[in-house]
Design a protein around this ligand. Structure first.
Ligand code: GLU
Ligand code: MG
Length: 654
């Protein structure tokens, strides 16, 4: 959950004027955080997940599914228990925390309290996600549902919202200027979203350009040109639109996507950096395994993930920064957008694998180094700070750099990278945290729980067995591209480290001690199946390592049984036996009688697809090609149906 302080946002002109001031103080704030971070020891391992949801309206009469622009209505209701709990000092009793997200058709939740190192909490993760889903569904209107969809397939198509909304691309007051995605779709009740959206367009000097290769089916016209007929296009739109690509033009296509994140509190900064680094090579693997976004703006596309689309849609680099013009006003040529995979490792071990040129703000780097910040972390922060602030709140402009951290957080939280390293906030019991951000949100709570638990277990295995998963950063970058390709789980080849045990380390399980003797090369290309499930004589596999780890811990039968089910699911997803949501959606569309094999996902197909997704999540439907087991009915305890079934049971017993 990003920074959500309320206040009044400065205009873009003012924001530019205070840019250097805010960056400088952001760095001074970071230095203060760093000094305190270094002193912290023995923080408890804690962790939590975050789920982003779409709000979907089902028009059952016209067989149409639309994005419901109701976050402003439902959020106050969802946040009420939290507000009351804060007053009473009873925050520990909350089941969920609710927050706004970019779209007025989105909301976000996290568990009310973080989980701890007690592994028994694994048996509660899915239940908590289900409680959250039903809490949110309870405040939705009868035909509206919260859905864990990575992308709404018809986002940007005519009439895709409820209530209806309108694009005004030629109106100078419009901040998005999109041909497809109306300004009203952005969450209006917090300055963060609208102001950032506006400022990013202003900063870039134009709308973003998002071109995604279309999936060419047997009846897709060749060459395909995205139809802009009847829209208020400018010459720029026509020039940017590319052949055989779906053309999109605003942040709403990426920031309007939902993901699944997990945050871990480390024991101290060393452990935090180590976890950060070790999880970096896993980002592409988990992105591929969770792939869930094969349809954009009503077209099947050639890629399976939100990642590249989100990156293009949140690209606020100027032409100079993009290398299209010689540097005059801008300071650096920057290879990537603010949304993207990380570019550097933070630990000493990781630094050896930093083979990607890191663009840094030299002046700010020097301030940090002079203040005693170590080189890898100083370079990391100096890299984040090549970006400008895109939201400054008037109330926060002048801060006490010892006590506040908003200027640091402002830049940190608008660098949407695959991992995030979070120093402890000032004067807070919270320690050093690491956020794992690449995963696409899954259709069901079972899958979301399974992936979150899998990644939590991997952190335990990495630390317990002292694993080393590092590969050159340039190879991680290649893997990120591989991960987004269609069916990457089944067909992709990923660079992965082979000698993952530290030589002569006492933590290596005995079975594996001889393992690295056979290795000639540190890493090679492997399928996801081999990485996760292992390949005899070649690679031990991450799941077998988790199983070894679990042998050494005591668990209740209930938790053990649940864990086995989650891990079985992970094994089958990795082996390709179970489909990713992306593959499952493609097949659903392909087999739909209304689909004309022309790449177009029309309203009817979308309605049926989303109805099915909704029913899979609630347990009303089950599909063994995607799921291991049917979702149990949503939160039966306090619903009326449960009481009735209770009565039935009693009667049959009589
Ligand atoms: N929705 C974004 C994504 O899909 C993440 C936004 C956030 O950091 O909360 O990656
Ligand atoms: Mg979020």
């Amino acid at each position: 959950m990003g920074l959500l302080t309320k206040g009044s946002a400065l205009s873009w002109e003012e924001t530019q004027r205070y840019r250097d001031y805010v960056k400088k103080h952001g760095i001074l704030q970071f230095i203060n955080l760093y000094k305190k971070l270094k002193e912290r020891e023995n923080d408890e391992f804690k962790w939590g997940d975050e789920i982003e949801y779409m709000l979907v309206h089902f028009d059952n009469e016209h067989k149409k599914a639309q994005l419901a622009l109701v976050a402003t209505e439902v959020l106050p209701k969802l946040m009420q228990p939290e507000n009351e709990a804060i007053k009473k000092g009873e925050e520990d009793l909350l089941s969920a925390l609710w927050r706004p997200e970019y779209g007025n058709f989105m909301i976000e939740s996290a568990p009310g309290t973080p989980n701890t190192s007690d592994l028994e909490c694994f048996s509660k993760v899915e239940d908590n996600m289900r409680v959250r889903r039903s809490e949110a569904n309870a405040v939705m209107k009868e035909d509206d549902f919260v859905m864990t969809l990575t992308n709404f397939p018809r986002n940007g198509c005519p009439d895709f919202t409820f209530p209806a909304s309108r694009c005004t691309p030629l109106d100078t007051k419009s901040f998005l200027r999109s041909l497809f995605f109306p300004d009203e779709c952005v969450f209006p009740d917090h300055p963060r979203f609208m102001t950032m959206a506006r400022n990013m367009v202003q900063r870039r000097g134009s709308k973003p350009v998002i071109n995604v290769p279309i999936f060419v089916d047997k009846n897709t016209p060749q060459p395909f040109m995205d139809d802009l007929f009847g829209l208020d296009t400018t010459g720029n739109d026509l020039a940017q639109r590319a052949e055989n690509h779906v053309y999109m033009d605003c942040g709403g296509f990426g920031a309007g996507c939902c993901c699944l994140q997990a945050t871990f509190q480390a024991r101290n900064t060393e452990e935090g950096r180590r976890l950060y680094d070790q999880l970096i090579p896993l980002c592409p693997i988990l992105l591929a395994m969770t792939a869930a976004a094969p349809i954009y703006k009503g077209y099947l596309v050639q890629t399976d993930c939100r990642w590249g689309i989100e990156s293009q849609s949140l690209d606020d680099r100027t032409e100079e920064e993009r290398g299209l013009k010689p540097l005059q006003e801008s300071r650096h040529v920057i290879p990537k957008a603010r949304y993207g995979s990380v570019d550097s490792y933070l630990s000493d071990a990781g630094s050896l694998y930093n083979d990607v040129d890191l663009v840094v703000d030299e002046e700010l780097l020097k301030i940090m180094l002079d203040a005693g910040v170590d080189v890898p972390l100083a370079r990391h922060v100096a890299h984040l700070f090549i970006r400008d602030p895109v939201l400054i709140l008037k109330e926060n402009l002048h801060q006490d750099d010892e006590k506040d951290s908003d200027h640091f957080e402002g830049i940190q939280s608008s660098n949407w990278q695959s991992m995030r390293f979070k120093p402890p906030p000032p004067d807070s019991p919270i320690g050093c945290r690491v956020e794992f951000r690449p995963m696409e949100v899954q259709l069901t709570d079972f899958e979301n729980a399974a992936f979150v638990i899998f990644i939590v277990l991997l952190t335990r295995v990495i630390l317990t067995f002292d694993l080393n998963l590092l590969i050159p950063m340039s190879k991680v970058e290649e893997n990120i591209k591989e991960a987004q390709k269609m069916d990457a789980v089944r067909n992709g080849q990923f660079y992965f480290r082979r000698d993952i045990f530290q030589e002569n380390s006492p933590t290596t399980p005995p079975f594996y001690t001889k393992y690295f003797k056979f290795l000639k090369k540190e890493y090679s290309q492997m399928s996801i199946n081999h990485i996760i499930n292992g390949k005899k004589g070649h690679f031990p596999g991450l799941l077998p390592l988790i199983k070894d780890y679990l042998k050494s811990v005591e668990l209740s039968v209930e938790t053990h049984t649940k864990l086995r089910t989650y891990l079985r699911f992970i094994r089958r997803r990795a082996s390709g036996e179970l489909k990713t949501a992306a593959r499952w959606m493609r097949d659903f569309v392909d087999q739909h009688p209304e689909y004309k094999h022309d790449s177009i996902v029309n309203d009817r197909v979308n309605y049926d697809l989303l109805s099915k997704c909704r029913d899979l999540a609630s347990g009303q439907a089950f599909d063994p090609s995607l799921q291991l087991e049917r979702a149990p009915p949503l939160q039966a305890e306090d619903s009326d149906e449960e009481d009735w079934s209770q009565v039935d049971v009693d009667q049959t017993e009589n």
